[in-house]
Design a protein. Structure first.
Length: 100
C-alpha cells in the first residue's frame, strides 16, 4: 500500500484552509481515500496539492481557473507524449529507408 497523509496533517503542514482542500476534491483535482471518516491523500499526489496551493494562494488563481490550467497541462502532456511517439515511428521508418 502506498504512503498517505491525512487531510488534517496537510492543512497544518501546508498552512492551507480545510475548505480549500475539500474544494479541490469536489472539483476532482485531488483524489482521496476515506477510512474511518479520515480523509487521506496519497503521497504521490502531494506535488499536485503543492502546485494548486501555490497557484491559489500565491498567484490568486480561483478554483475554476485551477481546473482549467490543470486540464490544459494534462492535455499538453498527452500531446507531447503523442508527438514523441510519432517522431519515434517516423525515425524508425526513416531508418528503414536508409537501409535500402
Amino acid at each position: 500500500m502506498s504512503e498517505r497523509i491525512s487531510r488534517e496533517e496537510l492543512v497544518r503542514i501546508y498552512n492551507i484552509e480545510i475548505t480549500f482542500f475539500d474544494e479541490l476534491v469536489d472539483y476532482g483535482l485531488l483524489n482521496i481515500q476515506i477510512e474511518d471518516n479520515i480523509h487521506y491523500l496519497m503521497y504521490d499526489d502531494l506535488p499536485d496539492l503543492e502546485k494548486f496551493a501555490n497557484w491559489y494562494y500565491d498567484l490568486e488563481v480561483n478554483l475554476p481557473g485551477l481546473e482549467v490550467i490543470h486540464n490544459m497541462l494534462k492535455k499538453l502532456d498527452g500531446l507531447n507524449r503523442r508527438n514523441r511517439e510519432l517522431m519515434n515511428k517516423l525515425s524508425a521508418i526513416s531508418d528503414q529507408y536508409e537501409d535500402i
